[in-house]
Write a protein that binds this ligand. Structure first.
Ligand code: ADP
Ligand code: GLC
Length: 511
């Protein structure tokens, strides 16, 4: 009898809606749902963050025999629980209160201030996941996500053997190369991982310990979250020091870019319960005739949001309501929010409303709050994480801005388009793969502008261009941008099929 089950186990630090700090949570929550719909048995392993996960979203099923791991001299016990999300996705929760019963996933400020013991916390996730496989059943495929699950391949190889036939197939997905889990090499001896993986073909990188590098090199295949990012990261500009390894994998066909999707049932302007007004149109696709419904949807959501935030509704030429520019983002330097703020500081009397939601880097937070302070009549900056407010901004924004300098995939632009927003975004990674640039003559159905030079001038130019199209009396160009954007369907069907094939390939002996 085959010793492996036919399951695919996801291992990662977040899973929406239980626990989410950014897009990783969305993907860990939605890709399994669509794989399960295709008949694949998926289970998701996450830490049991008792302080974060709401019990009412979770149906705990069983507890399994606990495990123990030595971190250096110190033994740590952990528990294994199985559960199910409300929508039926099977879960394995790693229960270790000292490490996981915290207020945040990675640390305060959207992961910018990290907990000092994150190395141990996420090594615990790997040990817990592999222990759970032993007691529940060894899956055919382990699919680990990001540096925080980067130790899973080593712990699995140690437990089941390095030989392909003796262990599950190992797949590793890079959601963001900017976060690699880099620590002093001496710490390697304190995380319960076999020392043989402390080598350049494992976790060692220029004398440091690098979780993401080992996670990728000890897996059978690595994926990342868009085709453009997969090729970008093989170059020094985007490779964060791992471009050599990434290029080798890419050339061998062992680094693949698979575009993320969003959960179109959850992000739906027709049924979203968190927004002020829902779209009164049941169509699956829209034509210019439907523009009136979209204009109504935007104007009502914009009016209600501005009211809720105490921002006056401002009008321009001909009494037309000025556009609303929306931001929903981690405030990390690579997201370019600081450049967007600079472009607004430099722009006297800018003729639009701005609503920003985000948290992270404290300088960017302070800068956003300061702009809102001096431009009280047109800017609101909400610092924090607020799921409902994010939905309201997507529903209200005429223009959604994502001025990223690098973006592995980006989900916010996909969500914003689903809610009829026109995009201004950096021309990089998944933004390049999902936004159709109106400046590109070859593009038939543009959905926004891709900014080639991500600086103050580039952003101001793009906003000014979209502003003029929005305000144009004739309005035909704006209408078609909105209709094109709202017709985009970045669901999971295509990409889930690609993952399904990849799982099949990865379990085959020669792969
Ligand atoms: P990243 O994963 O790099 O943060 P993505 O665009 O892939 O970027 O995904 C971001 C996800 O997190 C989206 O679902 C977005 O709505 C959500 N998000 C980001 N910041 C906030 C916030 N401050 N409050 C609520 N949701 C947020
Ligand atoms: C990361 C990336 C983002 C991507 C998300 C989900 O957080 O920064 O671009 O969309 O992961 O894969």
């Amino acid at each position: 009898m085959n010793k492996f089950t036919n399951e695919v186990w996801f291992v990662g630090a977040e899973m929406s809606p239980l626990v989410k700090a950014g897009g990783l949570g969305d993907v860990m929550g939605s890709l399994p749902k669509f794989l399960i719909r295709k008949g694949i048995d998926v289970r998701v392993v996450i830490p049991y963050y008792k302080n974060i996960i709401k019990n009412e979203c979770l149906n705990i099923e069983s507890s399994y025999p606990p495990g123990r791991v030595n971190f250096g001299e110190i033994p740590f016990d952990f528990g294994i629980k199985t559960a199910r999300t409300d929508n039926g996705i099977p879960l394995v929760l790693i229960e270790q209160n000292h490490f996981f019963n915290r207020e945040y996933v990675y640390g305060s400020h959207a992961g910018v201030s990290e907990y000092k013991d994150n190395l141990w916390r996420f090594a615990m996730l790997a040990h817990g996941a592999v222990h759970a496989m032993r007691v529940i059943g060894i899956p055919g495929v382990i699919h680990s996500h990001d540096w925080s699950a980067g130790f899973t391949p080593a712990v699995a190889r140690h437990a089941f053997g390095d030989e392909k036939a003796s262990r599950p197939a190992l797949i590793f997905t890079i959601h963001n190369l900017g976060y690699q889990g880099v620590y002093p090499m001496d710490d390697f001896y304190d995380i319960g991982i076999d020392f043989k993986y402390n080598s350049p073909s494992g976790y060692e990188h220029f004398g440091a310990l690098n979780s993401l590098k080992g996670g990728m090199l000890l897996s059978d295949v690595t994926t990342t979250v868009s085709p453009t990012y997969a090729s970008e990261i093989t170059t020094p500009r985007f490779g964060f020091g791992l471009e050599g390894e990434l290029k080798r994998l890419y050339d061998k066909g062992k680094l693949k870019g698979i575009l993320n999707g969003i959960d179109l049932d959850y992000w739906s302007p027709q049924i979203d319960k968190m927004i002020h007004y829902r779209l009164q149109n049941k169509n699956e696709s829209y034509s210019l005739k439907d523009y009136g419904k979209w204009a109504d949807f935007k104007s009502k959501n914009k009016g209600s949001l501005l009211n809720e935030l105490n921002l006056p509704i401002r009008h321009g030429k001909g009494g037309k309501t000025l556009p609303l520019i929306g931001v929903v983002s981690r405030f990390a330097p690579e997201k370019g929010i600081d450049i967007f703020l600079d472009s607004l500081f430099n722009w006297d009397n800018f003729p639009f409303h701005v609503v920003m939601l985000g948290s992270g880097n404290s300088k960017i937070e302070e800068k956003a709050k300061y702009l809102a302070e001096i431009r009280k009549d047109r800017v609101c900056a909400i610092v924090g994480y607020d799921e409902a407010m994010a939905h309201k901004i997507y529903a209200a924004a005429d223009i959604f801005i994502m001025p990223s300098k690098t973006e592995p995939c980006g989900l916010s632009q996909m969500i914003a388009m689903r809610y009829g927003g026109v995009i201004a975004a950096g021309d990089t990674g998944g933004l390049h793969d999902s936004v159709s640039d109106m400046m590109d003559k070859g593009v038939k159905n543009p959905t926004g502008i891709l900014i080639k030079h991500m600086d103050v001038n580039g952003i101001s130019w793009a906003i000014d261009k979209l502003y003029n199209i929005y305000m144009d009396e004739n309005g035909e160009k704006w209408k078609s941008l909105v209709i094109n954007a709202s017709n985009q369907r970045f669901g999971w069907d295509d990409s889930a099929a690609i993952y399904e094939n990849l799982y099949h390939d990865a379990i085959s002996p020669g792969y």
